[in-house]
Design a protein around this ligand. Structure first.
Ligand code: MG
Length: 172
């Protein structure tokens, strides 16, 4: 897959009804802070959270699929209003297919923003394959679009702005 020019990108973005997000390295910077009892802490970027709320308000569905379990992330995602969440998912593709079918969407109507090898089956399948500036080479190689921001530093907001902007649904 190669990068798309702006017109090709906009044409694909106009079709998108659901943006699927990875957590580690996308919604977060990929760092895990491990506490004395093994509990994990991660950071979230507030501008990304605002973008998610905006997307949902403007009718763009958001879904999250992650390989790691995280009760705190589950709570935050629910607080943001996301209803399609699959954490602790070793194989992302079946989870994606389940959610896609539940939403009644075709692959061309789905975008995925992911940064590493577990995201590749989704990036190869969706209508709009998106990755972050500091992604693993494998994700960079098959993405239609790469954010300017790194994971956990505004990449999610950029992806949402791109899709809503192409659809004329980005508030001024
Ligand atoms: Mg990741």
């Amino acid at each position: 897959m190669a990068r798309l020019d702006d017109d090709q990108l906009a044409a694909r973005a106009r079709q998108i009804r659901c943006l699927f997000l990875d957590i580690d390295g996308v919604l977060t910077d990929g760092l895990l802070y491990i506490g004395p009892n093994g509990e994990e802490t991660k950071t979230n970027f507030v501008r990304d959270g605002y973008g998610i709320k905006l997307a949902l308000r403007q009718g763009l569905q958001i879904a999250v699929i992650s390989g790691r379990p995280s009760a705190s992330m589950q709570r935050r995602l629910e607080w943001l209003g996301i209803r399609h969440i699959a954490l602790d998912t070793q194989d992302k593709e079946p989870a994606y297919l389940r959610m896609r079918d539940a939403l009644g969407l075709a692959d061309a109507q789905c975008a995925h923003l992911g940064d590493d090898v577990p995201d590749l089956p989704l990036l190869r399948r969706v209508g709009l394959a998106m990755t972050v500036a500091d992604a693993h080479d494998s994700a960079l190689a098959c993405a239609h679009w790469v954010s300017r921001s790194a994971g956990g530093r505004g990449a999610v907001r950029e992806a949402i702005d791109l899709i809503l902007g192409a659809q004329g649904r980005l508030p001024a």
